[in-house]
Design a protein around this ligand. Structure first.
Ligand code: MIC
Ligand code: SF4
Length: 645
């Protein structure tokens, strides 16, 4: 078992109760929370439903960065609700235009040694500054704001030892892509990645943050770097040196597993369609034509990244066969580029400048043409996430992206003949918090027509008469379950948003998933979803639990379910079960009946659950399920979800 690690030290300093045995739940005190608008409306509606007058955390910040297209009034209605509820509840508010939550939080609020939970799966970005920063569902974030501790499985710690130094044109992004090629997106649930070794000192905080950000794709609880001289320099440049504390693993620290990565052997890589762990070298892809290049997102839009892009573009021209669009991560980054002239170099080269925010990363505009390769500095390339069906999205570093933008095809940036720009990190960043709204004011909450209430579930029935509404395969992401893009604006309106659950699996001329599930519900039965490996990967969106719940789903049965999604299911009263015998996955088909007798009694920590499968032809089979529910989880599920408690 790991000892003497940074992870262990932060957990000890925040330990409330629970176990120190890997896999068993431990409750930790949460110092800071963050929310973004697409998950935040539900989180604050839930906080209101809990009757919490003021947040109890050291710091809570509400960001608007996802839903900024404002096609119709919905987005702005959300912003106004968020702004007013933040003021009333003691939460700081970062309005649209101020930047992506993770980038702004790193710049202005992150503190080494502190705990942070955020209603966004890329909250681990804060690990770059030495925080234990974890993504969670909105309800868990609301509970943390209410002063409740947060439960995680006591982690296994995967130590990643970094040696050497990155060569020119090889980037922090390539380091995390390399790690994804080793650990993949599956099978890491319950672990935390901790970086150590002499290579750590060669990376700046924004580079570390790129690595911890995309660590989310590993499916781990979070990733963390020590806090050292680089951290102090970054905080000083943000005029926050007082927030610095050093934090390092003991010299004789032990990890549960150690992976060594030699930074000097890292080369430019890409995650190929349509999974962040489908890794190839850019050398292998060289010459392939590209139609679109996008630079930005919470992974790669720091000052360093965009300054490097600007210096490479200076005096050159974007290839006529691509469009290059750039979304700076924060207003701080954009303002600095504007003041030092780099923005002009970017514009002169032919790039399209987008608003600071998530933008195309979550399918808000800039969908690629049919049959076109799109290359992005983002962290996710799940099928259809770009907004184009059948898309071919590749994920790369800004170094590789800018080389491709100039040539119009996959190009190893080391082969362009361009001298690698040496970006000098600013001694002092442009500090301008004038848009961060502090709590206070009249306390009046603005609630327009499109702001709904969080739906409430019924307690779990004892006889659960289930019907399999859908059976899906491996690696179903929350983007499959609850599409974002053009549907994102309905996040605060569950009856409308629920219509598109599993939209990508709907077939023309047949009833949609939503229609089938609602028919089962209206017949007084319970919906069952059957998944295979790694069900619920990706985002933290609790809508992937709330909307199925609204449609009457009571059970998700799979071979494996990812951490955040599983917690969201519990929070909304849906039972996450695992096939005890994986072959039973093959025995089940859509429309089969799956009945659980005395389910309330059957659900005990560590005990098997029996279900009775009846096929269309009347044949019956007993199916055994396992679960990993704690006594507390079971209490929540029996009540029909956390809000009922
Ligand atoms: C994402 O990157 O998928 C998102 C959009 O940021 C989500 C949150 C959401 O669905 O609102 C995430 O990563 O948690
Ligand atoms: Fe926004 Fe994309 Fe980051 Fe999610 S991954 S927070 S959509 S920039």
């Amino acid at each position: 078992m790991a000892r003497g690690t940074v992870v262990q030290k932060i957990i000890e300093a925040h330990f409330v109760e629970g176990s120190r045995e890997p896999g068993k739940p431990v409750a930790i005190r949460i110092d800071q929370t963050l929310t973004q608008d697409a998950t935040g409306t539900m989180a604050y509606l839930e906080l209101e439903a809990m009757g919490v007058p003021k947040v109890k955390t050291e710091l809570s910040v509400s960001y608007v960065d996802h839903n900024m297209m404002q096609n119709g009034p919905e987005n702005r209605n959300d912003h106004l609700y968020l702004q007013s509820v933040a003021a009333a509840k003691g939460v700081r508010f970062s309005p649209p235009g101020n930047g992506i939550c993770h980038q702004v939080h790193l710049e202005r609020f992150g503190m080494p040694g502190r705990t942070l939970i955020g209603s966004d799966s890329h909250t681990p970005t804060g690990g770059g500054i030495g925080m234990l920063a974890i993504g969670a569902g909105g309800l868990d974030v609301a509970l943390a704001m209410a002063g409740k501790p947060f439960r995680i499985p006591y982690p296994k710690v995967i130590g990643v030892k970094l040696t050497g130094k990155l060569a020119p044109w090889c980037a922090a992004k390539d380091v995390i892509l390399k790690l994804l090629s080793i650990l993949t997106t599956k099978g890491n649930v319950g672990s935390i990645v901790e970086y150590f070794g002499p290579g750590v000192a060669t990376l700046t905080v924004p580079q570390r943050a790129t690595i911890t950000n995309m660590g989310a794709e590993l499916g781990v609880t979070t990733s963390v770097f020590p806090s050292d001289e680089s951290t102090r320099i970054f905080l000083k440049a943000q005029k926050r040196e007082q927030d610095f504390v050093p934090l390092a693993a003991d010299a004789d620290a032990e990890y549960d597993q150690v992976i060594e990565i030699a930074l000097d052997e890292i080369e430019p890589l890409a995650a190929c369609p349509s999974s962040p762990d489908n890794i190839k070298t850019i050398r292998e892809l060289a010459g392939k034509k590209v139609g679109q290049v996008l630079i930005g997102s919470c992974t790669n839009s720091s000052y360093r990244d965009l300054a490097m892009v600007a210096m490479t573009l200076k005096g050159r021209k974007v290839s006529e066969s691509v469009t290059l669009s750039i979304a700076p991560g924060s207003r701080q980054v954009l303002e600095m580029l504007a003041r030092n002239g780099m923005l002009a170099d970017i514009i002169a080269a032919g790039a399209r400048i987008l608003e600071t925010g998530c933008g195309p990363c979550i399918g808000q505009g800039q969908s690629p043409a049919d049959d076109t390769i799109t290359v992005r500095t983002f962290n996710r390339n799940f099928a259809g996430r770009t907004g184009t069906k059948g898309d071919q999205a590749y994920l790369v570093s800004p170094e590789t992206a800018v080389a491709i933008a100039l040539s119009g095809e996959f190009t190893d940036p080391r082969t362009t003949g361009i001298e690698y720009p040496h970006v000098v990190e600013p001694e002092v960043f442009e500090i301008n918090d004038n848009m961060i709204q502090l709590p206070g004011g009249s306390g009046e909450i603005v609630r327009k027509r499109t702001i709904g209430a969080p739906p409430v579930n019924q307690p779990l029935p004892d006889e659960l008469d289930g019907v399999v509404v859908i059976k899906v395969g491996d690696k179903i992401t929350t983007d499959h379950i609850m599409p974002a893009g053009i549907h994102l604006k309905h996040r605060s309106n569950i009856p409308v948003y629920a219509k598109v659950v599993f939209e990508c699996f709907n077939e023309p001329g047949k009833p949609t998933f939503a229609e089938r599930a609602a028919a089962v519900r209206d017949a007084g039965k319970a919906g069952v979803i059957v998944g295979r490996d790694s069900y619920g990967q990706g985002s933290s969106r609790e809508h992937a639990a709330i909307c199925p719940m609204f449609l009457g789903v009571k059970v998700v049965a799979a071979l494996a379910i990812e951490r955040i999604h599983s917690a969201n299911l519990v929070n909304f009263g849906i039972v996450p079960l695992f096939f005890a015998n994986p072959a039973d996955y093959d025995a089940i088909e859509e429309s089969d009946s799956l009945v659980f007798h005395k389910l309330r009694e059957q659900l005990k920590p560590g005990e098997t659950v029996r279900g009775e499968l009846t096929k269309a032809d009347g044949t019956k089979k007993e199916i055994l399920f396992r679960h990993r529910l704690s006594a507390e989880d079971i209490r929540i599920i029996l009540a029909g979800g956390m809000l009922n408690l």
